[in-house]
Design a protein around this ligand. Sequence first.
Ligand SMILES: Nc1ncnc2c1ncn2[C@@H]1O[C@H](COP(=O)(O)OP(=O)(O)O)[C@@H](O)[C@H]1O
Ligand SMILES: [Mg+2]
Length: 227
Amino acid sequence: MDMSILTANGIKKAYPLPGGELFWALKGINVEIPAGKLTILKGRSGSGKTTLMNIMSALDAPTEGEVFFDGQSVAELSEAQKTKLRRSGIGFVFQSVALIPIMTAMENVEYALRLAGWKNGRQERARECLEMVGLGKRLSHMPGEMSGGEQQRVAIARAIAHRPKIVFADEPTGELDTNTALQVVRIFKELNSSQGVTIVMTTHDRGFMEIGDKVYELEDGEIKGGQ
Ligand SMILES: Nc1ncnc2c1ncn2[C@@H]1O[C@H](COP(=O)(O)OP(=O)(O)O)[C@@H](O)[C@H]1O
Ligand SMILES: [Mg+2]
């Protein structure tokens, strides 16, 4: 039995429509995220992946249902506690990479550590993380001097640098070709084993499902299947 680090129970999310009616983007989702593993949320565009991920990462609140992180109800945290959780317990990777263009790979990761409140050892940790994602030879490259896949790997190094327990990656391979995408997913698997970090990623891609330790398939705001 896997230990779960995050549990979402009966998650529903309604967005108000212009006419005042509600649109139910999530219709009662139950998921369990195993600790130290790679979980993939797959589904077509509009199926509710980003909405669910934003709720799991405490960026957004559900209309109904509850999220437990490490056994703690997220709804019961104060705003300050939620901010602290997002800053120190969670890492984020997005589809559009959003590195700071005037900073080198090293500086981008080091800056994230500074924002996370790290006082010491930032350089060493930044280098270590860039080496982990295979960019040990690109430390002083600017984002504009790197390929899309390399930039995404810098973003991954940045997301894990502060040693979060869980990393949420929303369509991290969305703008990459198949081989580069596969490389990114393999890096996630390596980080599972070497860092013990839990990773949740979304994708609308049908490939590389077999790499996920757990897969949930979303369709119109409901879990349709998985493995
Ligand atoms: N802020 C919002 N207001 C209204 N509808 C939204 C909002 N965000 C998402 N939706 C709708 O909720 C559904 C799920 O969206 P989303 O979670 O972004 O799906 P996915 O990430 O799988 O593409 C879509 O129909 C989308 O149009
Ligand atoms: Mg999305």
